[in-house]
Design a binder for this molecule. Structure first.
Ligand code: PLP
Length: 380
């Protein structure tokens, strides 16, 4: 059976040129980048080259890019590295949101358990975190605000620039988890004004297990792991040369393709929405803001249906739901719940996310299969 993969927000396949670029670093270029001999130097040169490519995609300087094992580690480094500084007294305050990925929510809760004050700001009904709500949460001892650039489930893009302006006016630094936006929309750190930004390789056609944190050089961050002085002293451990090379190549690819691929993804996403809506009618709900949205993401709730049951009827289609089943009970997505989406609508939600290798034929087939499954469920 030919799979139709509409789950690019979960992960992407590895682009052929990315795989090609990394392979020599799994074989002949095996030197430790810290070694001063020829094999070490060639590995370090490849890492430097990759660092330049990541920096170019973000409009940053090379020395502001810290390679990590992925988006989760980048977020942990940003939050813990900032809030656990000057440990005695631990007087800092962190502001984040209820719609963050667990890769931010959980480190924030961990900090809370360590005695640090954390405020979780909610999003509005359209899934947007209002800058005024962030401003209202600031305290004199707020050290960091962390708001994701776009949500992984709804694709809603957050007003980061305005949030940064309000925070900087209060001398508060801003981190953004851009795992879902890098490579899909512009993510130039200078334009956004952010002080730190996380990205994940496997959302941009690089392998899983590599990512990066942009840290503006004026930010006083401390490492979370203890070890040698790699990555500007912020992330100890021998660098994962092949994956870093892959990430660099992926950043160059997405940078070149950005505008064109955004237009194409939006066309595919809108085609899918149009077909579903034409058959199912206006009761088919769209989760999140209709226009401030990633070009590739469609989070829809099917009336009278459960997303997981719909997908179970369509083994050909790879997509995600708005709820998770654990030991027989259904837990709706915290993001959808925080936005005020009803439990029924959250249970009926399917997230469809397109990418580089999605074709129009696949969109048409996916629409046909989803409509068929929905009709079968509501008729049953
Ligand atoms: C918004 C967001 N942040 C962070 C992550 C975690 O990234 P990684 O899987 O590289 O740790 C993801 C991945 O699902 C994500 O969507």
């Amino acid at each position: 059976m030919q799979q139709i993969y509409l789950d690019y927000n979960a992960t992407t396949p590895i682009a052929p040129s990315v795989q090609e670029a990394m392979l020599p670093y799994l074989s002949e270029h095996y030197g430790n980048p810290s070694s001063t001999h020829a094999l070490g130097r060639s590995a370090m040169a490849a890492i430097d080259d990759a660092r330049g490519r990541v920096a170019a995609l973000l409009g940053a300087d090379r020395d502001e890019i810290i390679f990590t094992s992925g988006g989760t580690e980048a977020n942990n480094l940003a939050l813990q590295g900032m809030l656990l500084r000057d440990v005695p007294g631990r007087s800092g305050h962190l502001v984040t949101t209820e719609i963050e990925h667990p890769a931010v929510i959980e480190p924030a809760k961990h900090l809370e358990r360590l005695g640090i004050e954390v405020t979780f700001v909610n999003a509005n009904r359209q899934g947007v975190v209002e800058p005024e709500a962030i401003e209202a949460a600031l305290r004199p001892h707020t050290r960091l605000v962390s708001v994701m650039h776009a949500n992984n489930e709804t694709g809603v893009i957050q007003p980061i620039r305005q949030i940064v302006e309000l925070c900087h006016a209060n001398q508060v630094l801003v981190h953004t988890d851009a795992a879902q936006t890098v490579g899909k929309i512009r993510t130039m750190v200078g334009e956004m004004g952010v002080d730190m930004l996380s990205l994940a390789g496997h959302k941009i056609y690089a392998p899983k297990g590599v990512g990066a944190l942009y840290v503006n050089r004026s930010v006083p961050l401390e490492p979370v792991l203890c070890g040698a002085g790699h990555e500007n002293g912020l992330r100890p451990g021998t660098e994962n040369t092949p994956y870093i090379v892959a990430l660099g190549q992926a950043c160059s690819l997405v940078r070149k393709a950005l505008d064109e691929s955004a237009d194409r993804m939006a066309m595919l996403r809108d085609r899918l929405w149009g077909k579903l809506r034409a058959e199912i009618g206006p009761q088919l709900g769209l989760n999140g803001h209709a226009s401030e949205r990633l070009p590739n993401t469609l989070s829809v709730n099917f009336p009278g249906a459960v997303g997981a049951q719909l997908l179970a009827r369509i083994p050909e289609l790879c997509a995600s739901t708005g709820s998770a089943c654990h030991s027989g009970t259904t837990r709706v997505s915290p993001t959808l719940a925080a936005m005020g989406v009803s439990p029924e609508a959250a249970r009926g939600t399917v997230r469809l996310s397109v990418g580089w290798y999605t074709s129009e034929e696949q969109i048409d087939r996916a629409a046909e299969l989803l409509i068929g499954a929905w009709e079968a469920v509501v008729d049953a």
